[in-house]
Design a protein around this ligand. Structure first.
Ligand code: NAD
Length: 288
């Protein structure tokens, strides 16, 4: 048993550094265009996690000098109504970026709405054009914020990835799937295994990971027996425990002593996601 304390991958600090670097681009755009960068956010329903994340995104935008507008539709709103709002935003030259907060009422509804966003304003990077660009290693697309933030965090700590085995738990459109594409790209060259709810022998696979990234949304899914010594563990999960406190997918107190590095929850991937969203909004402004 390794009793050396693990290094914490401090997402709060690295996100802060990224945002500081971005500030001059926000100011330059504002001066050049005579207006602030602006993005529009949309939500369907009052899912408490979605309400919370949208508030945090808007608060960070305000702090950075980026304008945000929000539209909220009740559950049951026909897809066409939501599509019409997105279509107005697509055609509005004062709106640089558009974000639709997941989850939407169904997978089909989500696909329809994500596809309605103009790919050039798709700051979350979920439109098939941007997913395709990620798959084709075309750097002109938007890379989804959480995968981009995880890679930035690993790079900031010089975690070796080239030729190393990265195991991802979760294959969602938002995290696991684009993260797999990003890490296997020739810019990173990791050997990637993506696991999901139907994967057999999960622990056997995770024990072969040099880097284990967990995005399942299941508190304490990863236990100490699933991690080999000196693994780098990135916990994307955002769950509520029985006391209502935020917790990840990893049993942190038991797993951390075995790791070389580990992200805390909160303070790991979450702040990186928001910082990368701000970067993507500025990327959307760059073409103007
Ligand atoms: P999702 O529900 O869309 O996908 C979860 C994935 O995990 C699925 O592919 C599923 O097959 C897999 N999975 C679930 N249980 C499993 C199990 N027992 N074994 C193996 N695989 C399993 O979720 P998502 O949108 O990808 O989000 C995952 C988690 O990450 C959630 O807790 C979410 O809140 C969090 N999240 C955090 C951030 C952040 O910025 N920190 C961003 C996005 C999502």
């Amino acid at each position: 048993m390794n009793l050396v304390s693990p290094q914490i991958l401090d997402g709060q600090r690295i996100a802060g550094e990224s945002l500081t670097k971005l500030q001059s681009s926000v100011e330059a755009f504002t001066e050049r265009m005579g207006r602030k960068p602006k993005f529009a956010l949309l939500r369907v329903g009052e899912n408490p996690a979605s309400v919370f994340y949208m508030r945090r995104k808007c608060a960070m935008a305000e702090k950075m000098g980026i304008e945000s507008i929000v539209a909220v539709f009740p559950v049951g709103t026909p897809q066409e109504f939501v599509e019409e709002e997105i279509s107005n935003w697509n055609g509005d030259p004062s709106i640089d970026g558009i974000l639709v907060q997941a989850p939407l009422p169904s997978a089909e509804y989500q696909r329809f709405i994500f596809n309605a966003i103009h790919p050039g304003k798709d700051v979350d990077g979920f439109h098939p054009v941007n997913m395709g660009k990620l798959a084709c290693e075309d750097p002109s697309g938007f890379v989804p914020c959480t995968p981009k933030g995880i890679l930035r965090l690993l790079r900031a700590y010089d975690i070796p990835l080239e030729g190393h085995h990265v195991v991802i738990i979760g294959r969602s459109l938002i995290v696991g799937r684009p993260l797999g594409l990003l890490l296997q790209s020739r810019a990173v060259n990791a050997t990637v295994t993506v696991c999901h709810s139907q994967s057999r022998n999960l622990a056997e696979i995770t024990r072969t990971a040099d880097v284990l990234i967990v995005a399942a949304g299941q508190a304490k899914l990863v236990t100490v027996d699933m991690v080999k010594e000196r693994t780098v563990v990135v916990d994307v999960g955002q769950n509520r425990d029985k006391n209502g406190s935020l917790c990840g997918d990893v049993d942190f107190p038991a797993v951390a002593p075995r790791c070389a590095y580990i992200t805390p929850v909160p303070g790991g991937v979450g702040p990186m996601t928001i910082a990368m969203l701000m970067e993507n909004v500025i990327q959307a402004c760059a073409v103007k």
